[in-house]
Design a protein around this ligand. Structure first.
Ligand code: 3Y8
Ligand code: NAP
Length: 248
């Protein structure tokens, strides 16, 4: 009897939850608790950390989890590493649903950097209008370059003082090309900083930057341990042993 744990928090994870619910497969959807009002899911949902590798292993045992699907964001590296370790410890089958990174296309003006500190260092010295599209958790390095006019985009309104002066746009996405073009033009954005999240839910800013001829400082993904990895919901459903003639 299948009882799956979906480590969620992305558009792809929501699409998977819908397919799993439609198929009548028993599953639990898990959020880390980063946002105030995460999107509802058509599955029983838990919110908050497990308590490290041991906490996740205990959860798997106590809840009788038979399959774990890591559908977290490519930058949720600690969760992904913990899932690999906990599934190895408990002998639980694990698969990752992970979209491919965005790749540079003609017209893209990308500066690829290793992490957020390198992203801050890559900004020019002369003051510029900078769109920091990397959320809330990892913006501190930009306090070292206060000469720029920053636009931040958060899922929830800030609940603490910012480490530097900035305008905050509150929006959870997914985002549209028209919306990104309108915002970037209205704010005379010169530079964009983004993670290479992949997927469609946040690529509009990348396409808008290309349209406007703007440079994008793009942060490469963290390295993750080897694990079985697919890019489609249909492949996850097949892995769960659910065969349909119409895709997922
Ligand atoms: C809580 C679930 C959907 C899902 C939407 C995707 C698309 C928009 C791209 C920009 C970049 C950013 C951020 C982003 C993307 C989707 C998807 C995706 C980037 C939600 C969600 C949760 C989170 C957590 C949040 C982080 C933040 C990162 C905003 C829900 C909406 C910037 C990542 O305030 C905080 O602490 C926010 C934290 C981790 C990164 C950061 O450091 O601030 N995501 N995002 C998940 C949980 O608790 O487990 O609230 O419903 C999910 C989505 N985020 O279709 O509705 O890729 O699937 N999320 C980045 O790329 O740098 C936005 O603004 O252009
Ligand atoms: P992270 O740094 O990899 O994880 C830190 C800790 O948060 C984990 O060790 C775990 O705590 C807890 N956690 C993370 N995701 C969880 C989940 N889905 N369910 C239960 N606990 C979770 O995580 P993050 O980068 O902050 O991402 C947090 C959530 O936001 C994830 O669901 C992710 O998919 C989503 N998200 C992240 C980004 C991003 O840019 N990082 C973008 C979009 C969406 P314990 O050790 O206590 O178990």
């Amino acid at each position: 009897m299948t009882r799956a744990l979906i480590l969620g928090g992305t558009t792809d994870a929501s699409l998977l939850a819908a397919a799993v619910a439609r198929a009548g497969i028993e599953a639990v959807y898990s959020y880390g608790g980063r946002t105030r009002v995460p999107a509802d899911q058509p599955l029983p949902t838990r919110i908050g950390g497990f308590g490290g590798v041991n906490g996740l292993a205990d959860y798997i045992r106590h809840e009788g989890i038979t399959h774990v699907i890591d559908a977290t964001h490519p930058f949720a590296a600690e969760m992904s590493r913990n899932a690999v370790a906990a599934c190895a410890e408990t002998g639980t089958p694990l698969i990752a649903l992970e979209r491919a990174p965005w790749t540079r296309t003609p017209g893209d003006n990308w500066i690829e950097v290793h992490d957020v500190n390198c992203a801050a260092a890559a900004l020019p010295d002369p003051p510029a209008q900078v769109f920091l599209a990397i959320g809330r958790q990892h913006i501190a390095p930009f306090a070292g370059k206060p000469q720029h006019a920053y636009t931040l985009r958060f899922v929830d309104p800030p609940d603490a003082p910012l480490p530097f002066a900035a305008d905050v746009v509150v929006s959870r996405g997914p985002f549209t090309l028209d919306g990104e073009l309108k915002m970037m033009r209205a704010r005379h954005i010169d530079w964009v900083v983004a993670r290479n999240s992949g997927g469609d839910g946040a690529r509009a800013k990348i396409d808008a930057a290309r349209t406007l001829g703007l440079p994008v400082i793009i942060i490469s993904r963290p390295s993750l341990p080897d694990r079985l990895r697919v890019e489609s919901v249909a492949e996850i459903m097949q892995w769960l042993g659910h065969r349909t003639c119409l895709g997922a």
